[in-house]
Write a protein that binds this ligand. Sequence first.
Ligand code: PMT
Length: 403
Amino acid sequence: MMPFPAGQHILLGITGGVAAYKSADLVRRLSSQGAEIQVVMTEAAKAFISPLTLQALSGRPVRDTLLDTEAESGMGHIDLGRWADTLLVAPASADFIAKLAGGLASDLLTTVCLATAAPVVIAPAMNQAMWLKPATQRNIQTLAADGVHLIGPDSGEQACGDIGPGRMLETWDIISELESLNVKKSLAGIKVTVTAGPTWEALDPVRGLSNHSSGKMGYAVAEAALKAGAEVNLISGPTTLSPPRDVVLHHVRSADEMLNAVKRVATDCDIFIGVAAVADYRPSQIEMSKIKKDAKHVTLELIRNPDILSWVTSQETKPFTVGFAAETDNPLEHARQKLEKKSLDIIAVNHVSADHSPFGSDENQLVVITPDEDIDLGRHPKTRLASTLIDTISKKFHESYKT
Ligand code: PMT
C-alpha cells in the first residue's frame, strides 16, 4: 500500500496513553510506504514508549522539547510546522485535545500544531468515561469547527477493562483514513471502470448458472480507486452489497449485459479493472417458461460468452487494462498466459488452495503480474489488499505514460 506520494512529510505527534505502543507500528508502516516521518513526543508519551524505538524506526531523532537551544538552532518549531505536509497526532489524549482546543502552546507539540499551515489530524485515545465527558465533547466540537480532522475513536474493550468509545483506531484504519484525507491523490482526475461480482446466465425465468463471487473484491477495488481520487464506474453483477458512496453503479445480470454496460462506459475510461467472475458459457437458449421436472434427463447446450476484457483491449484507444485470475494449478503460469492472450497491462492472480477460496471470503491473497515483474501483495483483508492493488496499478499506469 502506498497511500502517500513518495516523500510525503508526516509529523507524528505522540501524547501520553497506552495506545502509544501502536505509534511504533504506524511509523514503520508509513515509512515503508515512502513517507518521511518526524516524531514529536510529549513528556507523558515517553512514559509509554521509548523515543529510541521511534528514532530507530523513523530514522530521525525524536523531538520533545520546545526550549532546546540546540534543536531550535536547527529545525525549530516553526520549521517543523513548515516541513510537515500532514500533522498527525496519534494517540491524542484528552489533555492534549483540551490544550489544542484552547489554543495553548505549552509544549513543542501544541506549539507546532499552532504554527503549522498543514492539515492537523488527530486520533483520540482515552478511557470511555473521559471521552464521553461533556468537556471532551465540547473540545472535539471546537476542534472540528477549527478544521482539525478527527479520525476515530473506535469503540470496544479498553486497556483499563471498560467497554465503550475511546479506543484508538488500528494502524491500518488510521492509514486508510489519512489516505482519504490526503490531498495529493494518485488517481485524481482519472476515470476508472471496475467490473465486480458474478454473472447470472438464465436457463428459464427462475433458474440460472452463476458462481460464488460475492462482489467483495470488486467493490473494495472500486472504493480504493475512489479514495485515490478517481471517478469510478462500477459495473456489478448480482450481489447483496451496498455500493461505495460516489461510484456510478450499473447493475447487470448476464455477461452480455455486462459487456453492453462496458461498451457504454469503457470507451471513455483511463483504467479498466475486470474483477468480475464472468461466466465463460451461457445456455444456448433461455426457456420462456419454467422447465418442468417430467423428463428423466435434461441436456443443456452451452455457448461461449463474449470475452469482455478482450473486447476492451481490442479498442483502438484502449485503457490501461487490468484482469484478475482465480487459478488452482500453476496459477502464475496460467495467469501469464491470460495476460498475453487478452493483451492486458496487469493481471492479479488470486491464490485458490484447498484451505482457502477467494470467492465470498473477506480475505484474499494476490500476486500482481506485469510484463516485467511479479509483485506479491500477500494475504490480507480485501479492503486493504484493494488499496495496495490500486497503488500498484496507479504507479504502473503513470509509468506507462513516461515510456
Ligand atoms: O467477488 P468475491 O467473492 O470477492 O471474489 C473475488 C474473485 C475471486 C471473483 C476475484 O478476485 C477474481 O479472481 N475474479 C476473476 C475470476 C476468474 O476466474 O476470472 P477468469 O479466469 O474466468 O477470467 C480472467 C479475467 O477475464 C477476469 O478479469 C474476468 O473478469 C475476465 N473475463 C472472463 C470471462 C469473460 N467472458 N470475460 C472477461 O472479461
